[in-house]
Design a protein. Structure first.
Length: 69
């Protein structure tokens, strides 16, 4: 790749600190709500109680890479 073509590549936008904090709070809230579901509702979405508990116990920064896009 030459220098001219590299200048025209779009740069990925970095999310602001506010956006990242907002996402972390949302992830924590969603995981807490998952922990509040009863076993019937967990089965309805295809999770076992132990899988839900594991997800709830994960720290808010521990998310799959595709969630961060």
């Amino acid at each position: 790749m030459d220098l001219a073509s590299s200048r025209h590549r779009p740069h990925p936008r970095r999310r602001s600190l506010f956006q990242r904090l907002r996402d972390m709070v949302a992830i924590r809230r969603h995981r807490r709500r998952l922990g509040d579901l009863d076993p019937y509702l967990l089965r309805d979405i295809g999770l076992t109680e132990s899988e839900a508990r594991e997800e709830v116990e994960r720290p808010f920064w521990d998310v799959p890479g595709h969630w961060r896009r």
